[in-house]
Design a protein around this ligand. Structure first.
Ligand code: DTR
Ligand code: CA
Ligand code: ZN
Ligand code: ZN
Length: 443
């Protein structure tokens, strides 16, 4: 069953994006009585710790080192990689399955991991090929995608996420030999099983040393989910134009499943215009070690890997949260922690909105994630660039529950969109304290 197709797109399988609100909440005004936190159907995705992703890359590197220098199909290093990833997921509560196939006379393996719960008729998948070429360890290609997808899955477990849609993760074999593992996986799904996959997100080379920020333009809703995320970071993106069929998303697209993904570039050369917008070196390949023995842990750009890992988490949280035909918005987010002093002065966290025209929407979504051990102490306001305050939450002494993790809707149509928006938080009662973990505006 494909998810409902939004009115204004051609009648192809299109991923309908998760709504940020499960039900419409009254637009907030200055009067606190009008504002109630929306049902928490789309929590803010956590920041994915870069160190965790790199620790997986270190493991892939040492696996290659102890298995003939590579993790290629049919070689011991590939099976050792599968065993490592599977062990992590089993320990984190996933239901894993190893699928064997034969190619070139040798056994290959796909690994899938299901997160229990969610509507299996709307399964959101994220995947990466785990094999390398035989000439090296394959850390960027594609340890980077494999490690980031693994860490996003582990973040789902740490959060004990309960998404509306079912989540499945996949690591594919023998991609380098022609998308062999992912094609085998898709070909062995029944028609019903295929129709249950609402979308497949592919991550193949997401930490290139001279990175570009490319977004697949296959499914518009998935594409916009990624573009909106990077817009919130102020990072420009380009459409991935190295041609369809170049990675495992093609296996899914070929059977009509909506696909999307991210890419930081391979052997193509970065232009000066691209170096202007992204930094790095013009006239040099995005990854000079593509398919070479120098594709090691030294062949990774940390900023690119970190940004893409966080974008993966954002897409997983967003796309699995609910079902609506609403198009995704542009997200402006601040994930820096800000301590809230106990019974002290108000503190603020800022997101700067730029490049928009006109005023903010009448249903501006304000997602907050405040960690606190007695949320009744907290008063929370949205402050517009011109200083106008919109009460999101008033103090309520008796509410002793932890944390304020909610999405509010504010009628901000009187405010210009561009400028520095602030979340203002004050702890007005003694004992218990906390911090702003992250917050975001969705236009
Ligand atoms: N075929 C991939 C590398 C690759 C080349 N172009 C793209 C575009 C999108 C994703 C990946 C790629 C590989 O060597 O694994
Ligand atoms: Ca991060
Ligand atoms: Zn490759
Ligand atoms: Zn690859």
């Amino acid at each position: 069953m494909k998810l409902s197709v939004p009115r204004r797109v051609p009648a192809v399988a299109v991923f309908a994006l998760a709504g940020l609100l499960a039900t419409a909440a009254p637009a907030a005004s200055a009067d606190p009585a009008d504002v109630r936190p929306a049902p928490v159907s789309a929590l803010a995705a956590p920041d994915i710790p870069l160190a965790n992703v790199k620790a997986h890359l270190d493991r892939f590197q040492s696996i290659a080192g102890s298995n003939g220098g590579n993790r290629a199909h049919g070689r011991p290093g590939y099976k050792a990689s599968i065993d490592y990833v599977k062990a992590q997921l089993d320990a984190a509560g996933f239901t894993t399955s190893v699928q064997q196939f034969t190619y070139n006379g040798t056994t290959g393996y796909n690994l899938t991991a299901d997160w229990p719960g969610g509507d299996v008729n709307q399964t959101v998948m994220a995947g990466a090929h785990l094999d390398s070429v035989s000439s090296g360890a394959g850390i960027n290609d594609n340890g980077s995608g494999s490690a980031a997808v693994l860490e996003a899955a582990l973040a789902v477990s740490r959060a004990q996420l309960q998404p509306t849609k079912h989540l499945r993760f996949g690591w594919w074999g023998a991609e380098e030999l022609g998308l062999v593992g992912s094609r085998y996986y898709v070909n062995n799904l029944s028609g019903t099983e295929r129709s249950r996959i609402a979308g497949y997100l592919n991550f193949d080379m997401i930490g290139s040393p001279n990175p570009g920020y490319f977004v697949y333009d296959d499914d518009p809703v998935i594409e916009q989910t990624f573009k909106g995320y990077f817009a919130g970071l102020g990072v420009p993106t380009e459409i991935e134009t190295e041609g369809d069929g170049r990675s495992d998303h093609a296996s899914f697209k070929n059977v009509g499943i909506p696909v999307g993904g991210l890419f930081t570039g391979a052997s193509r050369t970065k232009t000066s215009a691209q170096a202007q917008k992204w930094g790095g070196t013009a006239g040099q390949a995005f990854d000079r070690c593509y398919h070479s023995s120098c594709d090691t842990t030294a062949n990774i750009n940390d900023t690119a890997l970190d940004r893409n890992s966080d974008a993966i988490a954002h897409a997983i949280w967003t796309l699995s949260a609910g079902d609506t035909t609403e198009p995704p918005g542009d997200v402006y987010e601040n994930t820096t922690d800000v301590a809230v002093p106990d019974a002290g002065a108000a503190v603020t966290s800022t997101v700067t909105v730029s490049g928009r025209s006109g005023n903010a929407p009448a249903a501006l979504k304000v997602g907050v994630d405040i960690k606190h051990t007695w949320r009744g102490d907290l008063v929370v306001d949205l402050v517009a660039p011109d200083g106008t305050a919109y009460r999101l939450k008033s103090s309520s002494g008796s509410d002793s529950a932890d944390n304020v993790i909610a999405t509010y809707t504010v009628d901000a149509s009187a405010e210009t969109a561009n400028g520095a928006w602030k979340l203002r938080v004050q702890d007005v009662a003694r004992y218990d304290t906390g911090y702003i973990d992250s917050w975001k505006l969705t236009f």
